[in-house]
Design a protein around this ligand. Sequence first.
Ligand code: SF4
Length: 374
Amino acid sequence: MPVPVSQMWTVASYVLRQKLAGRRQYPLVLMLEPLFRCNLACAGCGKIQYPAHILKKDLSPEDCFRAVEECGAPMVSIPGGEPLMHPQIDQIVEGLVARKKYIYLCTNALLLKEKIHLFKPSKYLTFSVHLDGQRAEHDLAVCREGGYDIAVDAVREALGRGFRVTTNTTLFDGADPKSVRAFFDEMMDLGVEGMMLSPGYSYDKAPDQKHFLGRARTRRMFRAILSNRKRRWQFNLSPLFLEFLMGKRTYPCTPWGMPTYNVFGWQKPCYLLQDGYAETFPELLATTDWANYGTESGNPACANCMVHSGYEASAVNATFSSLGGFLATVKATLFTKYEDEEALRMLDEPQAPVHPLIQIAPTAESHSLEQAGV
Ligand code: SF4
């Protein structure tokens, strides 16, 4: 089941309006983090390492609505933390649906079956379930045995109740392209609407610093995964962003395309880096030194970055910036099979051993949160 036409039209007409208005910096997806608490301690994420007084904080529904209206993006992604742990997540979702925003509620799905009765199926609401590969790969990535089975069970439940469901997958160094391709088959068999992919980033607070992919390795890995692709695989991503991951295109980072709002305010400059905060979205645009970010800036923090939150908005912008960009998108969507003999050979290469992932040790603060039922 592809993305609804109404969503495609909403996004396309929004981008065209920005272009006609001559806006160079416009947001496409708001990354709304209503809390940092989580019920997992994944090796590739550092959010739960905040001190307890930060982990206890929640954005109120009113905070969320104010950010959404200030920003004006047609889509809202709700990561975290684990958004289903937010005590008013149902009110937040209901308010965003009422505002006709297309919402991607990013969840590890551990609580999805328990909380699904809080939500109503809507074309505006998609559960974007975090799955980092097949059973063994996912459980290793989230440092939780059985995590895959729980998530897949919850996906079935959500689909059975008529919800839109996608997956989101972060691929770190050492991912086995063959296994990733088998995972795509599994997800399509399960019946999800589409799959979202991103390479990992060496997150400042993440304990697993060894895994981040250099750009050349990222391109090589995605070339192996995405070449010779099956028609049945549906990706919930710009086709030009997929070509960017495969090394067929280059784009500058457009971090304002997916701005982040959380308990600290508007995060400068992007979802990954924390170089200060602004109180309002216009202040974020006006006071961030954007020239200091992106691979071409020479900023070492950006040197290897190819993540979705920095570069997918760049690819979407390219689609609407010229006739060539539009035709390339149509061609990539409808006609291109990405046949590549070398990429087929790469699937049989022995994989470099994966460094052991690190389980974040629970801190005294996280124990006290648990005991307090937070
Ligand atoms: S290149 Fe990556 S880390 Fe740097 S600003 Fe863009 S998204 Fe953020």
